[in-house]
Ligand binder design. Sequence first.
Ligand code: ASP
Ligand code: MG
Length: 443
Amino acid sequence: MIVMKFGGSSVADRAQIEKVLGIVRSRLDQKPLVVSSAHKGITDALVKAAREAAAGRLDAETVIAKQRDIGRQLGCDDGLLETMFDDLRSLLRGVHLVRELSPRSLDYVSSFGERWSTRVIADFFRRSGLDAAAHDVWDLGFVTDGAFGRARPIAGYEQRMKAAIDALPQGRVPIVTGFVGKTEEGDITTVGRNGSDLTATLVAAAIGASEVQIWSDTDGVMTADPSVVRSARNIPDMRFEEAAELAYFGSRVLHPATLLPAMAAKIPVRVLNTNRPDHPGTVIREEVPPNPAPVTSIAYKEGQLVLTLSSTRMFGEVGFLGRVFEACTRHGVEVDMVTTSEVSISITANDRVKLERAAADLRAIGDVRIEAGRSILVVVGRHLAERPGLGAEVLGAIAKAGVNVEMISHAFGAINLSLVVRDADVSKAVSVLHGVLFEEPRA
Ligand code: ASP
Ligand code: MG
């Protein structure tokens, strides 16, 4: 069995869904289970409707009209989603009435996108002669904890899912909702925005799939963001850890947590292009063919904050760093990058409110500065640590472009070199680095 996940742009409209139909049909021999996102823009529209309702402006009809239009393009009966449209209307009325949007209500509202898309896709597939059935993933054993907005399946979900999926009729393609889940108590949850990839790898791990395919709109994982670097190229093979590093640091292709379940279950993840189904894309797995190139890819994450704490007390003191991280933990600050000297420490994070709270505590032990508008730029490659002079080459190229590097981190034996630059400089820095690392003939 394979798990095939289609993202929002792959199921955006009839033209795209017809491509999906062709792709699924061509792989029926591999027994596909399809995981689908909501149609492009629907989740955003649902979230917007929920927030507006809480702010006193009730409008369920805009998003419903958008969904209905896609259903009509596909020739679906107007009645197909009516009950669920009514559920959304009542839910938004409730939010509007109490003028309050709890994380739980927000997950409930957001969940409609995938529940709608799977219905219309399965209906369209059936009328096109491909036997298919829509399933809410929770009906297939995907039971989560109650962490709304970032829920994860509870221990033992794998057995439940395997039993449920084994019991499905043979020869009928399951079209399963990504992104959503349900607690043991019956509350609807979500695994987090852009989380359908994660649903796909979690389902694949549960049923022991032979492969997870992530179908989106680029030719697999690229050497850099193709919207910034026009000469960006496809990377045919990547190791899990390289891909995880890239996902975490801003590669738009994969959600950061996506790879963990596949990695643990040793299931290859193939990233493919719905618009060019014959392109081999990228395979991410444990063992890959040797690649002599020192660098695999460049990614970046904009809009980061840098907190710098300077204190002469840090000099020679035991436990100082511990106190810094305690303050971060206390206020829920997720730290991405860290650099230290004898008298200062800089960390990056992206939640201003939490970081300001940690900063207030840290002022007791030193001077604190917070800088905004920074980007983490990361160069990933499995041979990075072995190649003398590569660091100099990277920094030299960036310096020549007139970009100031504010923080640098490269751990012992690491596969990534991370830099902090200003947001305004990041495109320039990425382009220059791509030129030096991928385009110039190497000695
Ligand atoms: N529909 C959800 C979102 O837009 C999940 C996904 O697309 O992966 O965030
Ligand atoms: Mg999406």
